[in-house]
Design a protein around this ligand. Structure first.
Ligand code: ATR
Length: 273
């Protein structure tokens, strides 16, 4: 029986066991997938002992993604591009790592807003944390030629763009509504709009009619930002699809079946939000 887990601190909130548990049942695989709380000081050692503890691999969430990357002997290109990993697995005893958040983000956009990358317009990204780094990497990989990055703390945005080159520019937080002019995509990577957080205060009026508005927040499924975008007849992409799609490559590595993201799985997670 193959075993996998999700590792974070805290970890109780993680919906990953629900996703992988559903797939294990659907594909009739004798395996297990559990939540494991691991303290920051213990993270790197834990990843090093993954095989010895009997795991085929694991998912990694906040705040351990950088430690997971460091612990891996064989990180793939996606993990190397953001120096962080959310998926670990073993190949011939060698610890391998990937960052499937980028894949999940892009696949979700392709799914919910096909053609989003063919508009030939700039994209706007709000926030400058780890999630923003992956989103920017993904947008650049898909050929978006201009990315406008806005963060409350501008220095943090500047530190983030330093590794990305000319295509990514930072803007003052106070200009966030104006800088949306002509943007074909807006991505919120901050926690604003999440249950228990204040909503994101932004005016979408400057966005063109064909624009797509996406949120990586998925609880609530429809954030105030997405509700506002929908009211303006803009295309919207919620964050749940990213969570579901990022789980696919890990399941395939550990359990040998490439699972499908279905409406049934989506409904299962929505019922738990
Ligand atoms: P992650 O790594 O998951 O992306 P993070 O590093 O905690 O998370 O980043 C959270 C983002 O939300 C940051 O961009 C943060 O802005 P600062 O860099 O200025 O802290 C942003 N954020 C959080 N609360 C905010 C608020 N009240 N107003 C504006 N931005 C906020």
């Amino acid at each position: 029986m193959k075993r996998a887990c999700v590792v974070g601190w805290p970890i109780e909130h993680s919906r990953s066991p629900l996703i992988h548990g559903h797939w294990l049942k659907t594909y009739r695989i004798a395996g297990s997938y559990v939540r494991l709380p691991v303290k920051p000081a213990d993270a790197e050692a834990f990843f090093g002992e993954l095989a010895a503890k009997g795991f085929a691999g694991c998912n990694v969430t906040v705040p351990h993604k950088e430690a997971a990357f460091r612990a891996a002997a064989r990180p793939d290109a996606a993990a190397r591009s953001v120096l962080a990993a959310n998926t670990l697995w073993l190949e011939d005893g060698v610890l391998c790592a990937s960052n499937t958040d980028i894949y999940g983000f892009l696949t979700n956009l392709d799914d919910q807003a096909p053609g989003w990358d063919k508009l030939g317009l700039p994209a706007a990204v709000l926030g400058a944390g780890g999630a923003a780094r992956g989103v920017i990497r993904g947008l650049l990989d898909r050929g978006i030629a201009e990315i406008r990055l806005v963060n409350r703390t501008r220095e943090r945005a500047e530190a983030l763009v330093a590794g990305f080159g000319e295509a990514v520019r930072t803007f003052e937080w106070g200009t966030r509504s104006r800088m949306l002019a002509n943007c074909g995509l807006l991505v919120n990577t901050t926690m604003l709009g999440m249950t228990g957080q204040p909503p994101l205060d932004i005016d979408l009026a400057a966005m063109p009619a064909q624009a797509v508005v996406s949120d990586i927040v998925y609880s609530p499924l429809e954030t105030p930002l997405l509700r506002d975008a929908r009211a303006r007849w803009l295309r919207t992409v919620d964050g749940l699809g990213m969570l579901l799609h990022q789980a696919v490559p890990g399941f395939e590595k550990w359990f040998g079946v490439r699972p499908r993201v279905t409406a049934e799985l989506r409904d299962l997670i929505i019922a738990d939000l």
